[in-house]
Each structure stands twice: as C-alpha cells, then as structure tokens.
Design a protein around this ligand. Structure first.
Ligand code: V47
Ligand code: SF4
Length: 373
C-alpha cells in the first residue's frame, strides 16, 4: 500500500494535504466521512478518484463485470405525481397508456427463454392498489415460475399500500407472499428535503422512501438504491444522500447495488438546466464507489448513459452493467437518453466488457454467477 501512496505523492502535483490524507484512509480500507466525501468532489482530480475507486472495485469484485438478461415492463405512464424532471408521465384521462395484467403476462411469456429477471417500474396510477399489482406478480410467476420479479419503486409501493388501507409491514408481507423477489432503486431522487420539495414535491418523502426499503429488507426482500444527480443539487446534497443510504445499509445489509442516474433534460420542465459533463459522471461513479463501502455493487445503467460511458465507467468503480433489456423501456428515451431504442445482444455486452479489460459475468438478480468467460 505504501507504494500506491508514494505514487500518489509523486504523480498528483496539485494534491492538497487533505486529499492526500483521505486517499491514505481509502487505501487503508477506512470509511470516509461526509465532509471528506465533499472534499473529494471539490478538490480531487478525476484520475485520483478513479484510481482509488478502482482499488476498491477490484478488492470487492476483482475483474468481474456483472450483467443479467432482463425484460423491462412498464405497466403505465399514468401518474399522480408531478416530478419536474419527468419526461414520461401523463395524467389520467389524457393520452397516457396502460397495459392490462393479461397483456403484461403475455409480454413476459413472449420474452426469450434465457431471460432471468423482469424489472417492473411505471407511473403511480391513481386507481391501482397492492392487490392489483399482487395479481400481476402472481400471474407472471404462474407463467414463468423461475423468473425473478424485481418490481415497483418505493414510491409506487407507498401509494399501493395507502390505496389498500394497510400498514407498511402488512404491505411488505403481502408483497412477499404474492411472490415479489426484490425492488428496484428508483424514486430516491435526492433526499435533501428542501430540494425534494423543489423538484418532486408530491412524491413520498425521503424518510418514507428509506422506511419502505427498510421494511422490505426486514421481510427478506433486497433492493437497489439510486440518486438522481446533475440538476440543482450540490456536492453536499449528494454526500448527504449517500450517507443516508450507507446508514440504512449498516442496519439491514439489504441493498444490492447503487445506481447513479444522471439527469437528462429533454421534454421536461427542467429542460433549461444543462446536463453535466462526462468528467462529472465518472467522478460521481468513482466517489460513490469510495464512499459506499458497504455496498457490494455500483451499477452503470447503459440505456441512460449510452454504451460508451457505461464501458468507461468500468474503470471508475463500476462493476455492473445492468441487463440486455430487449428494447423494453421508454422512461429514458423520452428524456433524451443516449440509447433511443435500448437493446443489446449478450455477445455485444460481453465484447464491450472484454474491450474494457474486464471479465463478463452473467449473474442472476442477487449476484449468483450463471456463467463467465
Ligand atoms: O426514480 C426519471 C429516474 C427513476 C429522469 O434498480 C430520470 O436496477 C434521469 O428505478 N433523467 C426510475 N433520470 C428508474 C429506476 C431504475 C432504473 C434502472 C435500474 C434500476 C434498478 C432502477 O428514473 C426515477 C428517476 O430518478 N428518472 N426521469 C430524467 N429526466
Ligand atoms: Fe410519476 Fe415517476 Fe414521473 Fe415522478 S418520475 S412523475 S413518480 S412517473
């Protein structure tokens, strides 16, 4: 380790003593504080945080880069909320769309046999409750008993529980009984209460988002966590967001992966905000990897970032590429994501990973290895 610290001292010409001390801490496997996280965002060079993140990435996941074979189902874009960054939702009785349960089950039946996961995220429909979505889970399981169902953000779950008039613990148990296997990380946005009111005022509060994930973890249902970054937040807001996740993970260990989601500005009411640079994206991945020492995986969501940035991110702390997806999501293409029709063959995914000098590993939804090069 002394060697790496020496290299940092000799190659990072502009490094401050503070950043040097934080780097030493990271390389000695010590947890960094919120203030130290902010210092890295403000003062550290991309190459330095990249190197530190890569050290941790390789310690946790070696040279592996995980992906899975999944299908995205979006039940509806009808939504009661008014998130300013959303390019996707419609109000009921306008020109929104909604699939019926049989239509969604048919989509799953039609999916290639090798798909191991269905990811279900959509708008918060005013009339649908936990029993409606529970039926969907049950029918999908009937059609494809082996498929892992990763479904509904905490914000969707919050509404479906309220709609059914039951408590959170009852809801978590019910979802488990219906066959829910895990939940995705969406709806977290940014936890700072003032900003949350500014950009998505009607959405479940930050405390509620965390409470729902905790209840599900306690029921044995793991989840992911996201952050929406690159809009009106500061570095301190990002560090605070990750700190609340790190604290919850210390208590439950129920998070699988952290997924930074870059704000895309097309077709929404925050379009006047310029999107952040690729340097900022890479720095954000790297600092997330450094700060979230109790998360095993950092995911780059390629349909949003584009294949090239996702590939580059594999050298900045990222070890997970998400899934092959099959052109089945509209959430990001409407917001101007890099992939307008996201789909990738397994071979293409593996080659992108190999080209970044990593080993492609097909995983299931809880990171058991299915196959590797
Ligand atoms: O919460 C909406 C984001 C999220 C925009 O767990 C936007 O594996 C950027 O849950 N620019 C939902 N982001 C997506 C989600 C997800 C995605 C991928 C993987 C996983 C996982 C979960 O999409 C929302 C919101 O933060 N979003 N609009 C936008 N304009
Ligand atoms: Fe609804 Fe989700 Fe869009 Fe917010 S981001 S308006 S909760 S679909």
């Amino acid at each position: 380790m002394e060697n790496i610290i020496e290299i940092i001292n000799n190659t990072q010409t502009n490094i401050s003593n503070k950043v040097k001390d934080i780097s030493t801490k990271v390389l000695n496997n010590e947890r960094i504080s919120v203030d130290e996280c902010i210092t890295l965002y403000q003062d550290a060079e991309l190459s330095l945080v990249g190197m530190l993140a890569n050290y941790i990435r390789e310690k946790k996941n070696g040279n592996y880069t995980y992906f899975n074979k999944n299908l995205h189902l979006e039940p509806t874009n009808i939504c009661i909320h008014n998130c300013k960054f959303c390019s996707y939702s419609k109000k009921i009785n306008t020109d929104g769309w909604e699939y019926t349960v049989p239509e969604m089950v048919e989509q799953v039946k039609q999916a290639p046999a090798e798909i191991t996961e269905v990811h279900i995220v959509g708008g918060v429909h005013p009339y649908r409750d936990i029993h409606y979505y529970g039926e969907l889970i049950r029918e999908i399981k009937k059609a494809r008993p082996d498929i892992h169902i990763k479904a509904f953000t905490a914000v969707e779950i919050d509404h479906m529980i309220k709609k059914a008039g039951i408590t959170l613990n009852e809801g978590a148990r019910l979802l488990k009984n219906y066959g829910l296997d895990s939940i995705p990380g969406g709806g977290a946005e940014i936890f700072d209460e003032t900003l949350r009111l500014e950009i998505c005022s009607s959405k479940s509060t930050s405390a509620r988002w965390l409470e729902i994930h905790e209840a599900l973890h306690n029921e044995g249902i793991p989840s992911n966590a996201t952050i929406l970054y690159g809009h009106v937040e500061t570095y301190a807001h990002r560090a605070d967001h990750m700190n609340r996740l790190r604290e919850l993970q210390d208590r439950t260990g129920g998070f699988n992966a952290f997924i930074p989601l870059k704000f895309k500005h097309k077709n929404n009411t925050m379009s006047d905000i310029k999107e952040v640079s690729v340097i900022e994206d890479l720095k954000n991945y790297a600092i997330a990897r450094i700060f979230l020492d109790n998360f095993n995986h950092i995911k780059s969501y390629w349909p949003m970032t584009g294949k090239q940035l996702a590939q580059l991110a594999l050298s900045f702390g990222v070890d997970d590429f998400d899934g092959t997806i099959n052109d089945s999501t509209k959430i990001y293409s409407l917001a101007g994501s890099e992939e307008q029709n996201p789909s990738m063959t397994t071979e293409e995914m593996k080659q992108l990973i190999r080209d970044a000098k990593r080993v492609p590993v097909e995983r299931d939804s809880v990171y058991n290895i299915i196959s590797k090069d």
